[in-house]
Design a protein around this ligand. Structure first.
Ligand SMILES: [Zn+2]
Ligand SMILES: [Zn+2]
Length: 397
């Protein structure tokens, strides 16, 4: 038997499916979610939320207080789309050339709005509910921007929760993980400065290409020799740019790296070793190296008590057989991790479907997030929204 809350939300499903598809039709890139944030703010205000706009540029926070409870809860959804040309051919496909909701953030926004509506109109709870609609999750640090604009100073939360849809898992399955769940992500740009010269007279030049090639090979030893084999780490050299002619030794070479870890200590070791190794290898070739190490997203760490609580809510809602209590960690990154550095909480995944690749448009679950054929599974709307509602009622009883 399905949980009555899922049925209750499903009664309004038409409205919120239409809203989700409207968002899908009108995707907006990070920090440009003008139409989306207008829509979110208008709805929240209609339903009685105190609404603040402008946190993190296009972010929206809605606050609803009930009773005299002192506890404060934060629920977060992201609103931005990606620079991808949609290929689904669906009736609700993007109307904006080259921009697409290929990560299902349209679904996240719709699920949290459906829950916000239900909580305001049909539910009792005791305490303060903050619904946080974040801009620019896709690599542009919208969460950090909201924090810089005083998100948790203005809206203190005792715990914060978020969710992401995920293809390749049965539709509606809820996946949780205690501890480190999503990896940190750092970008490194290495510039090697040698002395350009004639390809026939290498002894009169200082070759940054040879130094760079040696550095690429040396970097491979960091994960294999400096990191505990029981820990995860990735050092990928995604770009190596130098020179343009056979017979010219170039003046400079550039390497671009993506670096990931699931542990804060491992992340520190990677930064230290990459910097040391590049400097020492470069100087052994007489080349000058500059290392620009940019820490982008921290490791996403779900806290113990809040994960236990979220597991209870998930199990109560969909039954133990549809909950994965300790799912695998992922090497992807997610900027909800910035919020979890300030407030304890838990990030959960909801299965978007595990359909086969032979279904039309790839089918739900067949193609990955960020694929031009991706679409959020609307059957998840009542489940995701009911999870938010039950979680709020249990957290603010
Ligand atoms: Zn994404
Ligand atoms: Zn996403």
């Amino acid at each position: 038997m399905q949980h009555p809350l899922i049925d209750a939300v499903a009664a309004d499903a038409d409205e919120f499916v239409a809203l989700r598809r409207d968002l899908h039709r009108h995707p907006e890139l990070g920090f440009e979610e003008f139409r989306t944030s207008d829509l979110v703010a208008e709805r929240l205000a209609q339903w009685g939320y105190a609404v603040e706009r402008g946190l993190g540029g296009t972010g929206v926070v809605g606050q609803l207080r009930r009773g005299d409870g002192a506890k404060r809860l934060g629920l977060r959804a992201d609103m931005d789309a990606l620079p991808i040309m949609e290929a689904t051919g669906l009736p609700h496909a993007s109307r904006t050339h080259g921009v697409m909701h290929a990560c299902g953030h349209d679904g996240h926004t719709a699920m949290l709005l459906a829950a916000a509506h239900h909580l305001a109109t049909q539910c009792e709870f005791n305490g303060t509910l903050n619904v946080i609609f974040q801009p620019a999750e896709e690599g542009r640090g919208g969460a950090r921007k909201m924090l810089e604009d005083g998100l948790f100073t203005k809206y203190p939360c005792d715990a914060i929760f978020a969710m992401h849809n995920m293809p390749g898992h049965p539709q509606g399955r809820l996946l949780l993980r205690d501890g480190a769940a999503w990896a940190s992500s750092d970008d490194v740009t290495i510039t090697l400065e040698g002395t350009g010269g004639h390809g026939a007279m290498p002894h009169r030049a200082v070759d940054p290409v040879v130094a760079g090639a040696s550095i690429v090979m040396g970097l491979q030893t960091i994960v294999s020799r400096n990191i505990d084999p029981l820990h995860m780490a990735v050092v990928t050299v995604g770009a190596f740019q130098a020179g343009s002619a056979n017979n010219v030794i170039p003046q400079t070479a550039t390497l671009k790296l993506s670096v990931r870890a699931l542990d804060r200590g491992v992340r520190d070791t990677l930064e230290r070793r990459i910097t040391e190794l590049v400097q020492l290898q470069a100087s052994s070739y007489g080349v000058h190296a500059t290392v620009d190490y940019q820490r982008l997203f921290p490791v996403l760490v779900n806290t113990c008590a809040e994960t236990a609580f979220a597991r209870q809510v998930a199990t109560e809602l969909v039954g133990a057989e549809r909950v994965e209590l300790q799912a695998s960690a992922l090497a992807c990154s997610e900027d909800f991790s910035f919020m979890l550095e300030h407030v304890p909480g838990c990030y959960l995944l909801i299965g978007n479907g595990d359909g086969s690749k032979t279904e039309g448009n790839g089918g739900h679950g067949a193609c990955m997030l960020h694929n031009a054929n991706y679409d959020f599974n609307d059957q998840n709307l009542p489940i995701g929204a009911a999870y938010w509602i039950l979680l709020t009622q249990r957290f603010l009883p």
